[in-house]
Design a protein around this ligand. Sequence first.
Ligand SMILES: C[S@@+](CC[C@H](N)C(=O)[O-])C[C@H]1O[C@@H](n2cnc3c(N)ncnc32)[C@H](O)[C@@H]1O
Ligand code: SF4
Length: 316
Amino acid sequence: MESPRAVLLPQFVMLELTNACDLACRQCPYHGEGVVKRRPIGVMSEPMWQAAIAEIHSWDRDVVLQPWGMGEPIMAPSLWQVVAAAKRSSRVEVGFYSNGNQWRGPDVEAALTSGLDWVTFSIDGIRREVFEHYRVGASLDRVLGSLKALATARRASRKTKPEIRINMVQYPELHDHADEFVAAMREYADSVMVSRYRKAGDRRFSPIALPRIPCHQLETIMAIGWDGRVGQCCEDQQGEVLVGWFPRQSLRDIWYGEPMQRLRRFHAAGRWSELPLCAECDAWTGSLERVSERNGMRVRERTATTVYEFQKEAGA
Ligand SMILES: C[S@@+](CC[C@H](N)C(=O)[O-])C[C@H]1O[C@@H](n2cnc3c(N)ncnc32)[C@H](O)[C@@H]1O
Ligand code: SF4
């Protein structure tokens, strides 16, 4: 079988500080309706995240560290310590997704002082009944309050970081809401991403059939669970295709270990349909992008998302 080409250390590392969540969003691939959790709920220990950050700092490459996974990162007591520790290296960018439902004053403060590069608030539109139907347990007012508090504090501090991003999953009821939502969020955010809605467990992104290529995730992204298990990629929410355990193996050894290399060999040979997670997945289309300019925004269209980037002046 064809050998995979030389692979660099991962550009993106997801460090799941916790898979616990205060919400149970109806369509969440991990906490959603009818989803059976095959991993226990827990929190990453300090020795584990310290070891992961130390190893990443020793790598001779720039890394985007994302201290979140299948939970709500604000619920991890170590979150801001982890961000600050990771930012001790200028080669590490740090950002995470949050449901925005639990932010308090100290979180806003820490977001400005810890070195955090970006945060993405998940806000599924501003039609209250739709938002609260899908994001079970969330309050639209609280979430918008978190967004506005951070935007206001950042403006007052005249900082440009953290970059404030928003992700809206476009549920069927929101098919005509994107323009209205993007316009409403422009005052508070640097960009808005509109994501294609997928049913929990569905790993299909693209609305059109494209000629298949080896998946970029196997060469760029490492996803570490709170208990140290490393699954094959971001689409392995249950950690079913185990490729290693950290820290009994180093991150480097896991990345270049036989289970990962085998997956890459299968992809290089076009044998993705023989791999359980890959057969029904098209996350590999995520590396394709079309960029245009529209109404003072840069628009990045991908198969699963459209990102609207606003042009803002420093400190604005
Ligand atoms: C699984 S969450 C974890 C982080 C955090 N708890 C949050 O909600 O932002 C990561 C992202 O997946 C999105 N998401 C959840 N269910 C989805 C679905 N069925 N289709 C597409 N995106 C989904 C969420 O809205 C969120 O932006
Ligand atoms: S807030 Fe995030 S992790 Fe929690 S249930 Fe909703 S989508 Fe899932």
